[in-house]
Design a protein around this ligand. Structure first.
Ligand code: UGA
Length: 426
């Protein structure tokens, strides 16, 4: 199928490359000429496991191109996916500026024949209907008759985005009418995943409810984890037992420094605002965010119980919000580093991918090329991101520290390799 993807961010690029890998002809539209040139040369603007290799393959096969010719790409497409940013506004509500602009531009460029416009960005219920009004106004044509509309939320975890795209648990197709949905049913048929067809608002809500429930599981695991630590119980063993119940499942029960990333914070906040706007009390959703906010500072409390921070050198291992990505949005490190600096500590930091993004924010931090280098001469170490390479750290790696205060915000270290360390919840 001939596909146009508006947006070259995480979702746009991973979806575009994934659809091309399934044999579709994809044009990914961006505004930034340097970014487009890089993508055309096979260099993605973000670090995402496997993306560079697959991008280069689909470019070689002639199935994928990046372009700034918005109208040209839309005119050729049977389906145009809107994958633009929907960031949080100041009040937690989503900012639809980019979405509205993109819908207007798509409306002006709609092809003469039938095509489907697909909203893939995360948007609150009712937004796709608003986009339909913009599309109709700009095109002078009728949705459901002259063109189709779908809402097709994404469930991509950063660091595993391609795997999640190519092997989804489910595909949700919110449709304006059956003809619109049939186009996406055909597109996703080779993915061998259940395809759930709903109306537009239901699809929009499925995304918010999914992310909010995942965030709730994490905050719940953190509350249980804090209690387990107090009682001398291993919370990972507890959640191992809890997760064996098929009604609960084993995932997203890992306690620690809490969730980061642009999605959970943004989507739970948007759901909270939506509930407020509707006058529907949603205390649980509000608390999920508050538990998460408090959780990230627990590692500093733990540190201060071990040594006075003022004048000390603290090594930070991990800057990105999660392993496998260079994304630092809402990363715990971005709250923890300034708190340490404010308390008079010197900070040495190491991250395999994210250093270039953090350096401009905190130029006073010493950025190191390896964990061992960051640890050299440090009085304490805070491990904040689940990078796989941290699993293999041994006593030898920590031997250059001035004092062996090793604190984990993610359960990564192995007691058989590192003799003394403490976790936030263990
Ligand atoms: C999340 C969802 O998992 C995706 O399904 C969704 O599509 C995406 O948001 C989005 O809305 O775009 P993402 O934030 O990229 O994906 O990554 P997750 O794997 O969900 O991790 C989020 C954060 O939770 C990370 O900081 C991770 O370290 C933390 N986490 C995760 C925990 O603290 N404990 C856990 O048990 C699991």
């Amino acid at each position: 199928m001939q596909i146009c993807v508006i947006g070259t961010g995480y979702v746009g690029l991973c979806s575009g490359v994934g659809l091309a890998a399934k044999g579709n002809q994809v044009a990914c539209v961006g505004r930034n000429k340097d970014k487009i040139a890089g993508i055309q040369q096979g260099i993605p603007p973000i670090f995402e496991g496997g993306l560079q290799e697959l991008l280069q393959e689909v470019l070689r096969n002639g199935l994928f191109r990046a372009t700034d010719d918005f109208a040209g790409a839309v005119k050729e497409a049977e389906a145009t996916f809107l994958c633009v940013g929907t960031p949080s506004g100041k009040d937690g509500r989503i900012d639809l500026t980019e979405m509205r602009q993109a819908a207007a531009q798509v409306g002006e460029a709609l092809p003469d024949g039938y095509c489907v416009v697909v909203v893939k960005s995360t948007v609150v219920p009712g937004t796709t209907e608003e986009m339909i009004r913009i599309l109709e106004e700009r095109s002078g044509r009728k949705a459901g008759k002259d063109f189709g509309v779908c809402m097709n939320p994404e469930f991509l975890r950063e660091g595993r985005a391609l795997q999640d795209f190519l092997q989804p648990d489910r595909v949700v197709v919110g449709q304006l009418d059956p003809r619109s949905g049939d186009v996406l049913q055909r597109l996703y048929a080779p993915f061998q995943a259940p395809i759930l067809r709903t109306d537009l608002k239901t699809a929009e809500m499925i995304k918010y409810a999914s992310n909010s429930l995942l965030a709730t599981k994490i905050s719940f695991a953190n509350e249980v984890g804090n209690l387990c630590k107090q009682l001398g119980i291993d919370t990972y063993a507890v959640m191992g037992g809890v997760g064996l119940d098929h009604r609960i499942g084993p995932h997203f029960l890992r306690a620690g420094v809490g969730f980061g990333g642009s999605c959970f914070q943004k989507d739970v906040s948007a759901l909270k605002s939506l509930a407020e706007d509707q006058g529907v009390p949603a205390p649980l959703i509000t608390d999920v965010l508050e538990v998460n906010r408090r959780q990230r500072f627990k590692i500093i409390d733990l540190l201060e119980r071990r040594l006075p921070v003022n004048g000390k050198t603290i090594a930070i291992l991990g800057l990105s919000f999660m392993g496998g990505t260079d994304d630092i949005r809402e990363s715990p490190a971005l709250d923890i580093i300034p708190a340490l600096l404010q308390k008079g500590a010197a900070v040495r930091a190491y991250d395999p991918q994210a250093t270039r993004h953090v350096r401009p924010l905190f130029p006073q931090v010493t950025y190191c090329a390896s964990a061992r280098e960051a640890l050299a001469g440090a009085d304490a170490c805070l491990l904040l991101t689940e990078w796989e390479e941290f699993r293999s750290l041994t006593d030898q790696d920590f031997s250059g520290m001035r004092s062996p205060v090793i604190l984990e915000g993610r359960r990564m270290l192995d007691r058989s390799k590192v003799s003394r360390f403490e976790g936030i919840c263990w």
